[in-house]
Design a protein around this ligand. Sequence first.
Ligand code: GLA
Length: 705
Amino acid sequence: MTDKTLIELVGQQTQLIVELGEYAEILHWGKKVSGDLKSHRMALHRPVPYGRLDTDISMTLSPELGRGIFSNPGVEGHRGGQDWAPVFFISNIEHQKAGVVIESEDKIAGLVLKTELLLDSNDVLKTRHTLTNNKSDVYQVNRLANTLPLPARANELLTYYGRWVHEFQTVRQPLLHGGYQQENRRGRTSHEHYPALVAGTAHFDEMQGDVWGFHFAWSGNHRLRVDVKADGRRYTQAEVIYFPGEIALNQGESITTPWLYASYSDSGLNGMSHHFHCHVRETILPREFKDKPRPIHLNTWEGIYFDHDPDYIMSMATQSAEMGVERFIIDDGWFRGRNGDKAGLGDWFLCETKYPKGLQPIVEHVNNLGMEFGLWFEPEMINKDSDLFRAHPDWLLAVNDYEQPTGRNQYVINLQNDDAFNFLFERLDYFLSTYRIAYIKWDMNREVVQPGHLGQAAGHHQIRRYYQLVDKVRKKHPEVEIESCAAGGGRIDFEVLKRTHRFWASDNNDALERQTIQRGMSYFFPPEVIGSHIGASHCHSTRRQHSIEFRGLTALFGHMGIELDPVKEELTEKQGFERYIKLHKMLRPLLHSGRTWHVPTDDKAHQIHSVVSSDQSQAVVMVAQLAMPTCALSGHLRLPGLDPKAVYRITMLDKPGNYDDIVNYQPPWTESGCELSGAWCEEVGLTMPILDPETAILLKLERID
Ligand code: GLA
């Protein structure tokens, strides 16, 4: 095919102009502009400078060295050293409602590349490639990357870093020459390398600037890069890191990349988040529980750890129900040999010493109290000190004859071993079929080194088998909800969210830390999937101490729960839990369906978060004072996202216990409430009260006209 055609993919605000000829090139990906496509094309022809190749070289969706694209290639592989520099020509184009599927072929190399490019009505673009080997000899695939162009004005990045108990930290950096690269080789999505980034125009912020956000939906090793080519053009690339020899395609076989999700917004990060949140709600999240309010959890982990006594657990359940908890979850420690974190993983049989009367009385007790019951599993893991390992030492995901380091004293099970896979399914199925279990917390507490199957690298396939295991469990038990937890925060991405319902965002329940963790996560995920618990006043992971007000308000803006032993808590604390549970239940419909706004602040010591209902009739706002106020006065609270013409009644719903004692007086509106237009709230705002570090207030806005 040599004639060139122009096609347009159009979202609510976004336009993609794609030219299809021998290859596909995205000419424009940004704001929707009406007009004649041919004239627009004319405006975009590039000059050809001296000193480089004599023709204009396009940036395609899969850079090819053979075309003279000196960028990181989209396909790298070979067939016994041959067919290593493929050049693909479009052979077929299939127009779909939301986009286009382009098939390209390299007849010499015997390869076919299918590229899907789809833009939905929430302005989320998704793309992936499928590479097929058409020749008789095996084709070894080293790399297969998704590539999307960025305009030259995208010269700043927001990227993620982190670690266990300190996830979703963001950092800004210029994107001028060279580029950025992130590689995750930890075998799960990871705490360190959340697979997403944002590129934008200089100084883009929550409200302003053109931004292009990217999320690579894959729960294993990945590479993300943003390159500035020597000629100033830019592109983002996302790919799975394949280990040597891992992807070997026989004739007729294919490999498909994960989806790369991307979204353009002309109104900064908030605009981008709105696109991703809507997309997650409408397209990613499993449909089954769409309209079910997300039940408030009590998770036993930080309350009792491995110390399980059924009578005591039942008293915890009783107290939980009294506080308004709706789902009670028994965490780690309930199965054979599990008295600490050194043994037992793999032996998914109830520990009869700890539970001599079985699990049924507890499940019934929890159900009789009106709560759902949930149970913790870590299916992919095994301790060497377990009956399972003693019986099947060959079930480890490992390379024979090598010793690999343990992680939390445990190893990974090779899910490519069908016997192991079937055993795990059988065990999960047994519990889900025997007891009324509404939810499982699916954990994954170690990183993966040497993922070997039959001596060969198998990191990619291990992840696919994990998806298959979850899918099989869900198919048989569609009524069960699943939380994706990997030591809190270690397996959070769109692909896992297609088959789970909630993430355990972090093992850190420190409210101050949670403010930044949840903020980072909330750029891509709506609040209802962010598992967020009130922990004990002395945080177990930081040893910091926070008031119940600060802990309660921080947990409020997610899928809320409690993570402690209610039996041991003092009355005032319990009253606090009750209060925030009530507040959450009251606000839950709004929080879990409305539009999240990351509210700009005058003082960086604040973090302000609001959710506005989709009809703009109400909103809830949390002002968190993260650090000492920078100045004596803290500026104004200005609230975006309201109906400018509507009048709202603003009231304070919650404040720190010492709110009035730390100043001569606070702004009178916080006492009496006030009535203001949406336009005023956005443009001028309200004076900020003075708050101590590590405290917060909660405001409610209700439309009154
Ligand atoms: C991980 C999880 C915790 C808890 C423990 C149990 O760390 O993130 O919430 O379930 O495992 O061992």
